[in-house]
Design a protein around this ligand. Structure first.
Ligand code: FAD
Length: 380
């Protein structure tokens, strides 16, 4: 089965991440949610413990972990704090265009610093007017000598304004539609780069979601990823891989909610006995656990497909992200129900878990878009 495929030394690492999550991450989760401040301590912890190095090859200072181990790490962290789980997921998201399309020089310069945790990464595709229809972007780049001059703005960018390394998608030839999109590595301190509004959100509150603004932003030609016009392909190939991590974030959140519902139902006494002794509650718990397990297997399966370089993984990564996030929403909602009025209160983490679960149905392609991807493959 899937879990057995995590090679022995990686299982040790996952066990260590579990311990770390219980001891260091869990106690911070409520406060991160309450203050909405970016958790620098968690970012540093993941860097120090080499967890941020997991998605990168050893030749660039990474741990060279399998995709399965990366998603298991995201799951373990998200079980206790979805914002902290996202730190690893978005690190991989922002770096993936460089891993997929970067040349040796770009990888040496950027991946080494991302693997060490010195720099953070972000992925800039979405704009105010283009979300699901990413090709409708208005940000444009015009070549002038050895630079591209970029104008426009990206919206809802996770780690926006914090990341030194921004993989940004820009239209360099609007007449060509998706084939006119090019990808660039844009550093935070390039001239003409600035940060606009910082969003206030429903969940994953410690994660910074920001607008990136490019005003005659000067990007050296050598910072283009791949060739001109390959950007859209790079963006889609990135999301195909990284949305498995969002599925893993959803599995972690749902597992956390299930753990809470099980322990609460054994302790809460009504009508003279624990509420867990009612079959009505037991059936809810059984359904929740089955949803969590089915989601986990879909997520691990898609990750293993990536690891064995199975080219048909795209449909399965869409299924994993869609099913796991829909399940996380259902499971967290049921957890609140099992906690009754206490579930609705901030005193318990159930309501935070539901708010955090909601985003997994939306980002890295909404679940409607995942259904389009799956249906397109089926009908091909
Ligand atoms: C907290 C947060 C963090 C994010 N981080 C990033 C990031 O780091 N980088 C980045 O580039 N983006 C990021 N995003 C953007 C995210 O990926 C988009 O919000 C998402 O893709 C949806 O785009 P939209 O919000 O414009 O919704 P829209 O595309 O306007 O969709 C609105 C609704 O219409 C539905 N819909 C649209 N088209 C169709 C269709 N053809 N068929 C059926 N239904 C359809 C959608 O599913 C949705 O329900 C983030 C978003 C949030 C909220």
């Amino acid at each position: 089965m899937a879990v057995a495929h995590v090679i022995d030394d990686e299982q040790e690492l996952i066990d260590a991440i579990h311990e770390l999550a219980v001891e260091r991450v869990a106690p911070r989760a409520a406060e991160i949610d309450h203050t909405g401040q970016f958790p620098w301590d968690m970012q540093e912890l993941l860097a120090q413990q080499d967890i941020l190095a997991m998605p990168f090859p050893t030749e660039y200072g990474g741990l060279g972990s399998t995709e399965l181990a990366v998603v298991m790490a995201i799951e373990e962290l998200s079980r206790y704090c979805a914002t902290t789980g996202l730190l690893l997921a978005v690190h991989q998201l922002g770096a993936m265009p460089i891993l997929l399309a970067g040349n040796e020089e770009q990888k040496r310069k950027y991946i080494t610093r991302l693997a060490s945790g010195e720099w953070m990464a972000a992925f800039g595709l979405t704009e105010a007017g283009s979300g699901s229809d990413a090709a409708g972007m208005k940000t444009i780049g015009v070549r002038k000598g050895d630079k591209y001059i970029i104008n426009g703005a990206k919206r809802f960018i996770t780690n926006g304004g914090l990341a030194q390394v921004n993989s940004v998608f820009v239209n360099t030839n609007p007449a060509l539609g998706t084939r006119g999109v090019s990808a660039f590595i844009i550093e935070k301190d390039f001239p003409g780069f600035s940060v606009g509004r910082i969003e206030e959100k429903m969940g994953i509150k410690g994660s910074q979601t920001a607008e990136l603004i490019f005003t005659d932003c000067e990007v050296p030609v050598e910072n283009m990823l791949g060739r001109e016009g390959e950007g859209f392909k790079i963006a889609m190939a990135t999301l195909d891989r990284t949305r498995i991590g969002i599925g893993a974030q959803a599995v972690g959140i749902a597992q956390g909610a299930l753990d809470l519902a099980v322990s609460y139902s054994k302790e809460r006494i009504q009508f003279g006995k624990p509420i867990a002794e009612n079959q009505g509650i037991q059936f809810m718990l059984a359904d929740m656990a089955t949803k969590v397990e089915a989601s986990r297997l879909l997520v691990y399966n898609a990750a293993e497909m990536v690891d064995r370089q199975d080219k048909n993984f795209s449909k399965y990564s869409a299924m994993a992200k869609m099913f796991a996030s829909d399940s996380a929403m259902a499971v967290t909602n049921d957890a609140i129900q099992i906690l009754g009025g206490y579930g609705y209160m901030k005193e318990y983490p159930a309501e935070r878990m539901m708010r955090d679960a909601k985003i997994t149905q939306i980002y890295e392609g909404t679940n409607q878009i995942q259904r389009l991807v799956i249906a397109r493959e089926l009908l091909r």
